[in-house]
Design a binder for this molecule. Structure first.
Ligand code: PGA
Length: 265
């Protein structure tokens, strides 16, 4: 469309595992130990977003390696009477690098709205975390041909009030809700179409330079079999991987596919 394909080399390729509510601390240690050697020579950024209780051991286990650790959510308040919640500053002090905000499972099952996503993104950025903001349409919305409207609305609301200078620490993950955990992947063309649209939205909000530099991931049943095709697309700069990130070999294969996809840029 309007954005130059050559801008791909301005962006960091990021492969992030989203472990969701899987792996006890002992299991997490074992999986991290399996993953580490398999991705040790990765050129792309490798991230594992683990359950809160696994963060400490995951950070310890990945010290002096190229694997970065992320959380899967954080609260927007600095502290206070929010039983069961975790603040961005708590994550930062622990040594967490990334946090996923606005995952569709949080929107679907835990009442997350674009307003609360926006508040969490702001709090995470203020604490010095890198944020993976998730957007994506429901199957019903795609069938009604309003995917672009849904995505544009989420991007505008989720990033409301976030200055261009903070966008270096923001990744957008396009995760069509109908593709998450369903084994139903968006085709590479569908993924590219929406990722490119997201970049156009970012261009409208922040201008071409910022839009060209933001990493946009695809997520939704990405695996070792389909990653290469998805990651070959100009505007698909990485992946947010659920199920396949729990199997070290599959996750490492996706990392390798990402490296191969950027080798040509
Ligand atoms: P999936 O999950 O790869 O299991 O579909 C992706 C995600 O929810 O981030």
């Amino acid at each position: 469309m309007l954005l130059d394909a050559l801008t791909r080399d301005m962006r960091k390729t990021v492969i992030a595992g989203n472990w969701k509510m899987n792996k006890t601390p002992a299991e997490a240690t074992a999986l991290i130990e399996e993953i580490k050697p398999l991705v040790a020579d990765a050129k792309c950024e490798v991230v594992a977003c683990v359950p809160y209780v696994d963060l400490g051991i995951a950070i310890e286990a990945t010290r002096d390696t190229n694997v970065k650790i992320g959380a899967q959510n954080c609260h927007w308040a600095e502290n206070g009477a929010f039983t069961g919640e975790i603040s961005a500053a708590m994550l930062k002090e622990l040594g967490v690098d990334y946090v996923v905000i606005g995952h569709s499972e949080r929107r679907q099952y835990f009442g997350e709205t674009d307003e609360t996503v926006n508040k969490r993104v702001k709090a995470a950025l203020a604490a010095g975390l890198k944020v993976i903001v998730c957007v994506g349409e429901l199957l019903w919305e795609r069938e009604c041909n309003i995917t672009n409207e849904v995505i544009a609305r989420q991007i505008k609301l989720d990033l409301w009030g976030i200055p261009a200078t903070d966008m270096a620490n923001v990744i957008i993950a396009y995760e069509p809700v109908w593709a998450i955990g369903t084994g139903k992947t968006a085709t590479a063309d569908q993924a590219e179409e929406v990722c490119e649209f997201i970049r156009m939205c970012l261009k409208g909000l922040y201008g071409l330079e910022v839009a060209s530099s933001v990493t946009i991931q695809y997520g939704g049943s990405m695996n070792d079999q389909n990653a290469a095709e998805l990651l070959a697309k100009t505007n698909v700069d990485g992946g947010l991987i659920g199920g396949a990130s729990l199997v070290a070999e599959k996750f490492a294969a996706i990392v390798k596919a990402a490296d191969a996809s950027t080798a040509s840029y």
